[in-house]
Ligand binder design. Sequence first.
Ligand SMILES: [Zn+2]
Length: 301
Amino acid sequence: MPTTELTTDVALGVTVPSRGARGRIARLGPVIDAVLANHGYPPLIEKLLAEALTITALLGSLLKEREGQLTMQAQTRGGIVDLMVCDYLGGNLRGYVRFDREKLADASRNPALKELFGDGYLAITFDQPQAKERYQGIVPLEGKDLGDAAQSYFAQSEQIPSLVRLAEEKRDGHWHAGGLLLQHLPEGEEGRERLHTRLDHPEWEHVRVIGQTVRAGELADPSLKLETLLWRLFHEEDEVRLLSTVPLSKGCRCSPEHIRGVIGRFSPAEQAEMVDESGFISVDCEFCSRVFPIRLDDLRD
Ligand SMILES: [Zn+2]
């Protein structure tokens, strides 16, 4: 199936030149189920990670380089969640959450970020190796959902007025999620340095109002084509340009070869300290909730 026909596990970029706006829209389904498989997370944690993966897909699809990586990490203290990490590399998504089961048992039905993350910060890192660009911004985890935190990231770290809308639901045992990111880039997608960007710019206000009309059902509906949804939103604009679609899938860099390579970089003395009585070094991948037992003897061959 050509990627343009994909209605789920896909991200699509859009620009509206006359309004100085760009956008990304993403729909996720089986990719979320794949990331969550093996973890056995409680419903609230699954929902949180589904939301985080949707934002990761939106932000990751802003990267220009195929080898570019986007990492989102919640650093927290005193909340339900101790650590949350998600990343994006070439359309591959992965993520995991460490959390406190006792605190989770007392959680309210729809906890805001403060209850989930306590005194938490969200670190967002864009890494583009070819251009030797690495940029990290950190914002407090405040607001009703991670979309709020992403909006403040763009407002505070990049001075880009942005709108983030997210929707996720589990139906018949499967996750369906969608997200929309709209941004005001008066200098265009490639952009020169922004000398002044006003949050109340009339062109941006117009785009923001349109973006707010999108419904959760539309964002997460796996049968609605992203092009159709963008057409519903922007059909009155003079010109709307679509960028190429990016298929999304679950992807992790762990493999026995990779793990052997990592262990191989330790000195023999350090390796000897890691080995258990049966001659194995066990390395686990938290993203996949999988343990790789590596035989020390195999390493030496
Ligand atoms: Zn892995």
